[in-house]
Design a protein around this ligand. Structure first.
Ligand SMILES: Nc1ncnc2c1ncn2[C@@H]1O[C@H](COP(=O)(O)OP(=O)(O)OP(=O)(O)O)[C@@H](O)[C@H]1O
Ligand SMILES: [Mg+2]
Length: 387
């Protein structure tokens, strides 16, 4: 039932003086139903209490707290999980993202934002949190067609009415998403970071530009200074927030492995490495596969897509797989006329050449990552089975 009653909240692991401060700050928006300075003492009661929000404090032993956070996610998956830290910590931020936390607040810095989040929660139904899928497209090297595939894949996804799709340009210096799409009033990631606590469906519709085929677009910042100001933490925070409002978040991570691009890849549920059949591209692909396996510790989160596919090229499927040490998971055929026609006209393949084979090839990439939803659920269960 929708309402504006205070948010039933569990406060776990907070030193008393910090808890008192938060109670004072959030006051009428929050009803504390359980408070335990030792988080462990409160965890066992969560299933019975079903709080709308669980706030966990990360003090000196971050690793331990993150274990509690996983347990909270497992025991009360419908609760909003908020992590509060004494100071900024990239590993906590990453894990918070992975766990689909509602918010991550640093004491002293983000307290105003906490109030806003509680204001939002007060008006929400207490039901399962949506969990959008993040898919990164990473070029094996420059010019592989990463942007072309990212925009057309977003367009293909958006054709299904049940999906809400966002496309983010993370190739910050050379990004061309807005140019390819010919969108006049770009809205950049840095602006989203500024507005993050205002996010809801209506706000998104009013403020984030939407391509005519249906997907929303966050472009690269217009000024180089703004690009420099963007941090990995900003990317993670944005993705955490967007996952609640979109079913699919597509990232054009470009080909340069910037901090921000790598963060996006690390946070992604699935990464599509885009390559071609030429040797230099395959050499880079082999390196990317090794890097991603190291970064993500899981080969199933990497998918290889060979673009500009040509049946007569000297490297065929088997040779490529042997060389890069990974299966080829998708191919998109070479169709210069349709692709360059799109760039020249500012249109997508679904608009310009809906029946072309290249358009079908791109739509056929969707099951590569959509299937991963069920795989992800399985691996989560396994993880939580530990407790
Ligand atoms: N399947 C395809 N068939 C033919 N041409 C293609 C195909 N895919 C992309 N192209 C062409 O390849 C060129 C490079 O594409 P795009 O800009 O998307 O690559 P990119 O990897 O994003 O490049 P950058 O590294 O500069 O970001 C464009 O001219 C595009 O039209
Ligand atoms: Mg590009």
């Amino acid at each position: 039932m929708k309402g504006t009653t205070p948010v039933r909240t569990a406060l776990l692991g907070f030193p008393t003086e910090v808890a008192d401060r938060l109670r004072e700050l959030i006051r009428r928006r929050m009803q504390v139903i359980i408070q335990r300075p030792d988080a462990r003492d409160g965890l066992a009661r969560l299933v019975a209490l079903q709080p709308q929000c669980v706030m966990l404090y990360v003090g000196t032993d971050g690793t331990q707290t993150l274990q509690w956070a996983r347990r909270v996610r497992h025991d009360v998956p419908e609760s909003n999980l908020i992590i509060v830290c004494a100071e900024d910590d990239v590993s906590v931020t990453r894990e918070a993202m992975r766990l689909g936390c509602r918010a991550l607040a640093v004491l002293g810095d983000d307290e105003g934002d906490l109030v806003t989040v509680f204001d939002q929660m007060k008006h929400e139904e207490h039901s399962a949190t949506d969990d959008g899928l993040v898919v990164a497209l990473l070029g094996a090297k420059g010019g592989m067609g990463t942007t072309s595939l990212a925009i057309n894949l977003a367009g293909a996804l958006a054709q299904h009415p049940g999906r809400r799709v966002a496309l983010i340009d993370l190739a910050l210096y050379i990004g061309e998403v807005a140019v390819y799409l010919d969108m006049a009033t770009p809205y950049a990631l840095g602006e989203l970071v500024r507005d993050i606590h205002r996010l809801d469906d209506a706000w998104i519709d009013q403020n984030i530009p939407r391509h005519r085929t249906g997907f929303y677009v966050l472009s690269q910042p217009a000024e180089v200074d703004d690009v420099d100001a963007l941090t990995s933490g900003d990317v993670v925070q944005s993705l955490v927030a967007l996952k609640r409002y979109f079913t699919h978040i597509m990232l054009d991570a470009g080909a340069q492995l910037s901090d921000v691009g790598l963060t996006g890849v690390h946070a992604a549920d699935q990464t599509l490495v885009i390559c071609t059949q030429e040797l230099p591209s395959l050499v880079s692909t082999r390196r990317r596969v090794a890097l991603l396996t190291q970064l993500q510790g899981d080969r199933t989160r990497t998918r290889i897509v060979v673009n500009r596919w040509n049946d007569n090229a000297s490297y065929g499927r088997e040779q490529i797989e042997k060389y890069i040490g990974h299966g080829v998971n998708g191919t998109v055929r070479n169709d210069y006329a349709s692709m360059s026609g799109c760039i020249e006209s500012g249109k997508l393949l679904t608009e310009l050449a809906p029946d072309a084979e290249v358009t079908v090839d791109i739509a056929n990439l969707i099951p590569l990552f959509d299937k991963s939803v069920s795989q992800r659920e399985k691996s989560r269960k396994k993880l939580f089975g530990l407790f």
